[in-house]
Design a protein around this ligand. Structure first.
Ligand SMILES: Nc1nc2c(c(=O)[nH]1)N[C@H]1C(S)=C(S)[C@@H](COP(=O)(O)OP(=O)(O)OC[C@H]3O[C@@H](n4cnc5c(=O)[nH]c(N)nc54)[C@H](O)[C@@H]3O)O[C@H]1N2
Ligand SMILES: Nc1nc2c(c(=O)[nH]1)N[C@H]1C(S)=C(S)[C@@H](COP(=O)(O)OP(=O)(O)OC[C@H]3O[C@@H](n4cnc5c(=O)[nH]c(N)nc54)[C@H](O)[C@@H]3O)O[C@H]1N2
Ligand code: SF4
Ligand SMILES: [Mo]
Length: 743
């Protein structure tokens, strides 16, 4: 504590990326003076980045909306919360009544996974909407990982993560965690953890068409042609069989499909793979041998291999290689996190996990975990007929910036009869809304990472109370969501969200006491509800999750166990230890075995083999440490410095195309054209150009004055609506383009 009595410190987990860094926030009254990493945080140990340091600036951003807006003609006016909800009721309900439930679509964006209310209150809202037109940012991101997890282990949430802190051999494909902070692998201070792998004699191998910061920090980096990763991984699997290196260890007792894999990978020789991916066959063989010989090894892929034409093959192959080398579910391999709020294992489900239980109306694309690909949202809006989407609810998402074929989606949104957006910026997407409902600012929300701890490399729990108070009449985000749920279920704009919240918790308690063999089995629900009575909203829900969970106090049964009270007494978090082996107990497949060769996945191999080698220039994406998708560009300290939305080109390509550094390039794809300044660098391999996503803040009517000064271009004007057919994930990398100099 400092001497100034007006000054206080607060500790808060950063909500901006998946690293979940602990922040130490110094405040003077209600003003943030300084933000640094919290050295005492049990997980991040003081690590943080410029985005976390800018959380105060984000909170204070004058353009961040504080009051609901309603569109009147071409402009927005501020209204009271009551009027805003009444407006939503008048807009939404008649559309549902006239055109049916599917006429209202919902899109939830990335920050929903980064906020407590987003993680817990999207579900009641989506349920109340009763629509099949459910879209999320997941189908631009990690859907392939859910599909491989669902088919291999029986549940879409059972996604193993690399045991970074113990592995001896890490293969990273299409990921740049030194810039992104890591994804589906929550590990604050990723670079320190990579360095430790090398320091203990291990190896880090990066496969990426670009020599990224992560590639430079690795033991070796191989430039791989975009879209060809499955070839390399299948050839590695074949090498393991050819050279007698397959060794399942204890996994052999509960694995099915090994013979099918052995038979299948015969078709994928390292020579054939080398032709496709541009990495020599001897290197492919060596990588396979090294992974097999290492004391432990983990394969990890992210956006570059998931938002890709063969996303699900890539996700599946990473896990498959770990199984074949005995590295699934063992220290140093890929392991299954068990964070603080996790429940107890529930065993085989008796019903096979399956995508494609129903299909989208226009293109017939399969649902996956109840969602349709966002890449087909414009189809559903623009194509007339029964079930046509006429209204949209967006929560924490900016699909006009983040989803493919952005120009078309932008037009489609402008044609909707009604849109309501829960968001605190007036941006490319929310400008189409009739009503914008801003959640309280980031520092006025409490925090616990329900979603991100599920992929954390250590089992942890860290709860942060709000740092700053909400404005008097500002509803909390969960109250906004429940208000929308009540409106959607026909109860009108004045219905009480508190009553719905009581109903939700009562149902959860009743389910907990009814669970045979569960920690609360047979207990009196009234007693449990009384014990939770001091809390409301997300706090009450997570308290139940903690106390009923794996580490919980069981409401008195295990007094030293976890509860929200206990976490509140530990502002730097609780470390619950390294990941532990959990198979076969956790498997949810009907067979009780790991399914190595699911038919849904095997069906895609002919598509891989039929694909022609592209000889055109292809576009990939990249991220920058000071950006966060589309929405951190309105903060001066983050946006300043050299122009960031540039087309990065290899010198050979630049020479061939007549491009010069600082000049402009016109980039054209099958669906769109954009112009961007040229940056020439050796980072990329020849034949590949890169443009970051999340830019293009020059649409009319935005309220992002800082971002508007340096708008950049929307790279998704170039991406088309093609998807990985197994997961519906958008293909955002490896886009064929032509590039020419402008002027
Ligand atoms: N070309 C290309 N496109 C991509 C990608 C790529 O690599 N290349 N990456 C894809 C990926 S991985 C993702 S996850 C998506 C992200 O796609 P989206 O989720 O659609 O976009 P974001 O830019 O994250 O937008 C977040 C929105 O939420 C708002 N917001 C922030 N915090 C809160 C909050 O607490 N509550 C509410 N209600 N709103 C909030 C912001 O103002 C912003 O409008 O983009 C995808 N698009
Ligand atoms: N600073 C910052 N941090 C972020 C975000 C952000 O926008 N900015 N976004 C957050 C989100 S939503 C996510 S999902 C994560 C994403 O986290 P990452 O996936 O780690 O981030 P990217 O930088 O997109 O890394 C993708 C890499 O894939 C490479 N690549 C492209 N095509 C291929 C291919 O075909 N094969 C291979 N092997 N590589 C390929 C690209 O060159 C790039 O280096 O980051 C999160 N963190
Ligand atoms: S790395 Fe991610 S979680 Fe950590 S401070 Fe930066 S934005 Fe926040
Ligand atoms: Mo993402």
């Amino acid at each position: 504590m400092t001497g100034n009595s007006d000054t206080r410190e607060a500790f808060r987990t950063c909500p901006l990326c998946e690293a979940t860094c602990g922040l130490k926030i110094t405040l003077s009254g209600d003003r943030v003076v300084r933000i640094v990493g919290d050295r005492e945080d049990v997980f991040s140990r003081g690590f943080y980045c410029p985005k976390g340091a800018a959380l105060g600036a984000l909170h204070d951003d004058p353009d961040r909306l504080r009051r609901p807006l309603v569109r009147r003609g071409a402009s927005f006016v501020e209204v009271s919360w009551a009027d805003a909800f009444a407006e939503v009721d008048q807009g939404l309900v008649p559309i549902m009544e006239r055109h049916g439930r599917d006429a209202v679509a919902v899109f939830s964006g990335n920050p929903c996974a980064h906020t407590l209310s987003g993680s817990l209150y999207m579900r009641p809202l989506v349920r109340a909407l009763k629509t099949r037109n459910i879209f999320t940012a997941s189908t631009t991101d990690q859907m392939p990982r859910h599909v491989s997890a669902g088919l291999m282990y029986g549940a879409a949430g059972l996604m193993p993560v690399p045991d970074l802190d113990r592995t001896h051999y890490l293969v990273m494909m299409g990921a740049n965690p030194l810039v992104s902070g890591g994804s589906l692998c929550t590990a604050p201070g990723f670079s320190t953890r990579l360095k430790a792998i090398k320091d203990r004699g291990g190896k880090v191998v990066v496969l990426d068409p670009a020599e990224t910061r992560t590639a430079r920090a690795a033991s070796e980096h191989h430039r791989i042609r975009p879209g060809t990763d499955p070839w390399l991984l299948l050839a590695m699997a074949r090498t393991l069989f050819d050279e007698g290196l397959v060794s399942l260890g204890r996994l052999a007792d509960f694995t099915a499909g090994l013979e099918v894999i052995e038979e299948t990978v015969r078709r994928f020789s390292p020579e054939r793979a080398a032709d496709r991916c541009g990495i020599p066959s001897e290197t492919i063989r060596r990588l396979a041998r090294e992974a097999a010989a290492a004391p432990s090894a983990a394969f990890y892929g992210r956006i570059g291999v998931h938002a890709a034409p063969f996303g699900t093959l890539n996700a599946w192959l990473a896990d498959l290689l770990c199984v074949l080398t005995g590295n699934l579910d063992r220290p140093g391999g890929l392991m299954f996190p068990r964070p603080g709020h996790i429940g107890r294992p529930s065993g085989p489900s008796g019903r096979a996990w399956q995508p494609g239980r129903w299909h989208s109306r226009v293109k017939g694309l399969p649902e996956v975990i109840g969602e349709f690909p966002v890449a087909t949202m414009a189809d559903e809006i623009e194509t007339p007929g029964g079930g046509q989407v006429r209204a949209l609810v967006t929560v924490a998402g900016n699909p006009v910036a983040s989803a493919p074929n952005a120009a078309r989606l932008d037009r489609a949104l402008s044609g909707l009869d009604f849109t309501v957006s829960v968001d605190f910026y007036l941006n490319e997407t929310t400008r189409h809304a009739k009503v914008i409902l801003p959640p309280p600012g980031p520092l006025a929300a409490s925090h616990y990472d329900v979603a991100l701890y599920n992929t954390a490399v250590r089992n942890v729990a860290n709860y942060s109370p709000p740092v700053l108070p909400r404005n008097d009449d500002h509803p909390d985000k969960w109250e906004i969501m429940l208000k929308l749920a009540l409106i959607a279920s026909g109860q009108g704009p004045d219905a009480d969200p508190q009553a719905l919240d009581d109903f939700i918790i009562t149902q959860a308690v009743q389910a907990a006491v009814a669970e045979p063999g569960g920690p609360l089995a047979g207990r009196d629900p009234g007693e449990i509800l009384d014990a939770l009575a001091g809390r409301r909203g997300p706090e009450r829900q997570i308290d139940l999750m903690f106390r009923n969970g794996l580490y919980g106090d069981g409401f008195g049964r295990n007094p030293d166990g976890l509860s929200l009270d206990k976490l509140e007494a530990h502002p730097h978090g609780l470390d619950l230890g390294p990941m532990k082996p959990v198979l076969p107990e956790l498997l949810r497949t009907t067979s009780g075995r790991i399914q190595l060769a699911p038919q849904w996945i095997m069906n895609d191999l002919p598509r891989l083999e039929a694909g022609a080698l592209l000889d055109t220039l292809v576009l990939v994406g990249r991220r920058h440490i000071r950006s966060c998708n589309s929405w951190m560009h309105n903060i001066q300290t983050l946006i300043q410095g050299p122009e960031r939305c540039t087309l990065l080109v290899h010198p050979e390509d630049a020479a061939r195309l007549g491009l010069s550094a600082g000049g402009r390039a016109r980039i054209s794809s099958r669906v769109g054209v954009v112009e961007a300044p040229v940056e020439i660098g050796e980072e990329l391999m020849p034949g590949v150009v890169s443009l970051p996503h999340g830019w293009g803040h020059d649409a009319p009517g935005l309220r992002m004055s800082v971002a508007g000064d340096r708008p950049g271009v929307n790279s998704n004007i170039l991406t088309d609506e093609s998807v990985d057919p197994l997961s519906g994930n958008a293909v955002l990398n490896g886009i064929p383009v032509t590039v020419e100099a402008v002027g």
